[in-house]
Design a protein around this ligand. Structure first.
Ligand SMILES: C[S@@+](CC[C@H](N)C(=O)[O-])C[C@H]1O[C@@H](n2cnc3c(N)ncnc32)[C@H](O)[C@@H]1O
Length: 211
């Protein structure tokens, strides 16, 4: 390691960063015991990356649906949907999980091998250990309500899934989602920890428990 000034500011490792964030989250919870119910999932607070966490009930419902659809021992990919990933871990028990989180926010690197850094701008830029069509279901919630973002995220989804897709995005994306992924809108309405300006929905391409 060099100590030259050209190296820029010092960077914390993901583990050190997570420990620091955990410390600050605990401080905040002491000051406001209800804070964890508001904008945090576990210790991870919403930040500037277009993060709108689901309510606990919605995260649970989506995780249960993903498990049901994946079947016993089925593999589940959570693409830009970290609260579903965390709920799956809670339900399945740490270490027993066959779930992978694909996320841009490196705070989720605390999950070690279950974390894959993912940027939708490079939809197929994934590590070699991630084989094509190796997940029984992909749950995805793209960060932005734009055609470009949905198109690129759909490329990732089609690469990862064996067949099943559970997409969560705005109601305005209905036609584009149907065209790109062959999904249809469900009756179930996902809820978030804070109110969104846009109507939000779930979409599937299989017979789900969300209707
Ligand atoms: C609309 S939020 C969906 C979160 C979901 N509602 C949940 O509770 O798990 C979008 C997610 O995309 C992630 N994200 C932000 N920028 C991204 C990028 N460039 N590529 C992929 N994901 C990104 C955010 O960190 C966030 O987890």
């Amino acid at each position: 390691m060099s100590d030259s000034e050209d190296d820029g500011p010092p960077q914390l490792s993901p583990h050190a960063l997570a420990a620091l964030q955990e410390f600050y989250a605990e401080q905040r919870l002491r000051a406001d015991p209800g804070a964890d119910e508001k904008y945090n999932i576990g210790i991870i607070e919403e930040n500037w990356l277009s993060q709108f966490w689901y309510s606990q009930e919605t995260a649970l419902r989506l995780a249960q649906e993903a498990m049901r659809a994946a079947g016993d021992g089925g593999r589940i990919a959570c693409v830009s949907a970290p609260s579903v990933f965390q709920k799956l871990r809670e339900l399945q028990g740490e270490g027993a999980s066959a779930c992978i989180i694909f996320e841009y926010d490196k705070r989720f690197a605390i999950y070690g091998d279950e974390f894959v850094f993912y940027d939708y701008n490079k939809p197929l830029d994934l590590p070699d250990r991630i084989a094509a069509h190796s997940f029984d279901i992909v749950v995805a919630d793209p960060p932005y309500l734009s055609e470009e973002c949905l198109q690129k995220t759909s490329e990732t989804i089609r690469f990862l899934t064996r067949a099943k897709v559970l997409l969560c995005t705005g109601a305005v994306m209905e036609e584009e989602a149907a065209r790109l992924l062959g999904v249809r809108m469900c009756k179930f309405i996902p809820q978030h920890t804070r109110n969104l300006a846009n109507e939000f929905r779930c979409y599937v391409n299989y017979d789900s428990g969300l209707d």
